[in-house]
Design a protein around this ligand. Structure first.
Ligand code: MTE
Ligand code: MO
Length: 210
């Protein structure tokens, strides 16, 4: 995550813009590391950790395709100070996934795991928020490889690094643990409306010790 040049065109108040953000419509991919290849026969999605029966759940690509689909439109805010308004997504609601793979009552947080060990931690209530989607489509098209194909998380109410691309697993946790950027100087919660960009802004109790 290096500071990119800001080619954003700032518009009026067409949509609510969090502090320190500018509008950018262009959909330029942003991530750390290489883009993984999608091999449908090898791909699976797992839900593991503190499930209600301590078992783990697994969907092949074919099985995942049978889960109910939902369309959403949400704004996307990257910590590098650009925001994309009104992005149409299609996918499986986090709430529908959690209903299919119930957590134990002690679960407080989840880790969303992408390929290559990228992970982002979320409070369970943030993961279950309205608008959180395991997305297969953006703008009516299947996700492009660089944007997370075949499946990415979309957490519109938190900074973009929580929206894990190339999602492969959701781990239920009974205590908080930092993800990839959260242990590298970025804020544990990442609320753009409070400009929670960096870990040095965290108050005691905002996250596990660094
Ligand atoms: N697996 C993975 N997911 C990731 C990232 C990453 O480096 N690896 N970067 C995040 C960041 S910082 C942002 S802003 C968004 C960018 O999504 P986009 O490239 O589709 O615009 O993806 C997020 N998801
Ligand atoms: Mo980002």
């Amino acid at each position: 995550m290096s500071e990119g040049r800001d080619e954003g065109v700032t518009e009026g108040a067409r949509f609510r813009l969090p502090p320190g953000q500018a509008v950018r419509r262009e959909h330029r991919p942003l991530h750390y590391g290489p883009v993984p290849a999608f091999r449908p026969h090898r791909w699976d999605l797992r839900v593991m950790g503190a499930t209600h029966d301590l078992g783990s759940y697994r969907w092949t690509w074919e099985e995942f395709a049978r889960l109910p689909r939902t369309d959403t439109v949400s704004d996307f805010h990257c910590v590098m100070r650009f925001s994309a308004p009104d992005v149409p997504w299609r996918g499986v609601r986090s709430a529908d996934l959690v209903a299919a793979a119930p957590p134990s009552p002690e679960v407080t947080h989840v880790m969303a795991w992408g390929e290559y060990g990228y992970g982002a931690n979320l409070r369970l209530d943030d993961f279950l928020s309205e608008g959180v989607l395991l997305a297969t489509h953006r703008d009516g098209e299947p996700l492009a490889p660089e944007h997370g194909a075949p499946l990415r998380l979309v957490v519109p109410h938190l900074y973009g690094w929580k929206s894990v691309k190339w999602l492969r697993a959701v781990e239920y946790m009974t205590a908080d643990r930092r993800g990839f950027w959260e242990e590298r100087g970025y804020h544990n919660r990442a609320d753009p409306w409070r400009e929670q960009r960096f870990s040095h802004q965290e108050e005691p109790g905002h996250g596990p010790p660094l």
